[in-house]
Design a binder for this molecule. Structure first.
Ligand SMILES: *Cc1c(COP(=O)(O)O)cnc(C)c1O
Length: 433
């Protein structure tokens, strides 16, 4: 879906109005078009849609109006040229990479990424013949440069990594990608466009797990891809034949020619990947994402304010071994975070409880406000021990390289009253000996 009203200026306004402008007498709220199919008067009309010669809806696996309104809102928020929704964040990251790569290709990837993404890349996509070189976000320039190969097709990273909370130097990684003639894909789930707009730092493709702050209420799993529309596929035509040579499944159409730099990437991902893999979101789930987006700016402000207060409390607590939050001046990413995210980063903090794994478990059991959940980034404060949950499949070495030591507790600070969250942590820490 092309971003229609990028002209709207400020982020809080786009959260509420972006992507959907009802005409006279039309529904005020984004309508849920809960229909698999769309009716046409003639098969010629329908044929033109199938051939991508006309734009319109015919089957909700490929496109649906509700999904497109919400995609256009996210597109406006990120300042992109086109966007699409997927059924999950996993599908969004898979599509982003697989839209550029095939068997025999290679991707340079930050090692500090979500466990599910690491598994997707390092296990499943390797089985498809795509190779990955992982570099730490803080690696020297020479190491980053040395990771590229002639068959490298993309760079991938997370603005703020889940759960290790490393902040990626977007400008440095974007420059390395562009120096090697490839685009950079950034998963911007944690800061959201309210706190960081990667496209403004040179990023080409932005992905999201909308499951997190965008939905904001733990109500639906979803994902999104946004294209900045700036990467010149023709300047590196030999690397990206999928965008610059004819697609025989659409009568020899060339995506970058027909849809331009602004539309090629998302149209290809819709026409090929959504068509073939079918990771389409339900219109009802997309509606919930749209609803969540309306309050995104207000919620992010509160998440960040609460997280800052909680991080400062934990940092001073005698039973806490260490705290990782880029809003703390002692944090190694403080300066970079101030530059990329001057209004705040996200509501997720990680820390170690004195006494390691066992102590962390005692502490977590005693919590009352914060609940144990395999989730982050919704209105309710929740807590997780990644080494026992999301990162279970990782070896000890991979855990260290992903920045997730065994004693790490991930705390997603919600939008409750900060004083209640802090009191809860304090009473639970009392049980740690
Ligand atoms: C949760 C998450 C994902 C995966 O998204 P799902 O919606 O769970 O499929 C990808 N990246 C990041 C940074 C995440 O936090």
């Amino acid at each position: 879906m092309k971003g229609k009203n990028n002209a709207m200026s400020r982020i809080g306004t786009d959260c509420v109005h972006g992507g959907y402008t009802p005409k006279n007498g039309e529904p005020r709220q984004i309508p849920i078009i809960q229909s698999t199919t769309f009716k046409y008067d003639s098969s010629e009309d329908m044929g033109r849609l199938f051939d991508l010669e006309a734009s319109g809806y015919f089957y909700s696996r490929l496109q649906n109006p509700t999904n497109d309104y919400v995609a256009a809102r996210i597109c406006a928020l990120e300042g992109g040229s086109a966007a699409m929704l997927t059924a999950s964040g996993q599908a969004a990251n898979f599509f982003a990479v697989f839209n550029l790569c095939g068997a025999g290709d290679h991707v340079v990837c930050s090692s500090a990424i979500y466990g599910g993404t690491y598994n997707l890349f390092n296990v499943t996509m390797r089985k498809m013949g795509i190779d990955f070189t992982f570099v730490t976000p803080d690696c020297p320039d020479e190491t980053l440069k040395a990771a590229f190969r002639p068959n490298t097709k993309a760079v991938f990273g997370e603005t703020i990594s889940n759960p290790s909370l490393a902040v990626l130097d977007l400008e440095r990684f974007a420059k390395a990608a562009h120096d090697h003639g490839v685009p950079i894909i950034i998963d911007n789930t944690f800061p959201t466009p309210v706190n960081c707009r990667p496209i403004e730092w040179g990023v080409d493709i932005v992905t999201h797990s909308t499951t997190k702050y965008m939905d904001g209420h733990a109500s639906g799993v979803g994902g999104a891809l946004v294209d900045a529309g700036r990467f010149d596929w023709f300047a590196h035509a030999a690397k990206f034949p999928g965008l610059t040579t004819p697609d025989e499944s659409y009568h020899g159409l060339v995506y970058a020619e027909r849809f331009g730099l602004g539309g090629a990437f998302i149209t290809k991902a819709t026409a090929q990947l959504m068509r073939d893999f079918g990771a389409a979101p339900s219109p009802h789930n997309s509606y919930l994402v749209g609803l969540g987006l309306e309050s995104l700016q207000v919620r992010m402000e509160r998440h960040c304010k609460n997280a800052q207060a909680v991080a400062e409390f934990l940092e001073k607590h005698e039973r806490i071994a260490w705290v990782n939050y880029c809003g703390l001046p002692a944090n190694r990413y403080y300066a970079l975070a101030r530059k990329l995210m001057p209004n705040g980063s996200c509501g997720v903090i990680s820390f170690g409880v004195r006494g390691g794994r066992a102590a962390a478990e005692v502490f977590m059991k005693a919590l009352r406000v914060a609940i144990i959940a395999t989730h982050v980034a919704d209105a309710r404060t929740c807590v997780l021990h990644p080494a026992n949950a999301t990162h279970r499949q990782l070896s000890e070495d991979a855990l260290i390289s992903a920045g997730v030591p065994g004693d790490l507790v991930r705390l997603s600070v919600g939008i409750e009253d900060a004083a209640d969250i802090i009191e809860d942590l304090d009473q639970a820490l009392f049980f740690v000996r």
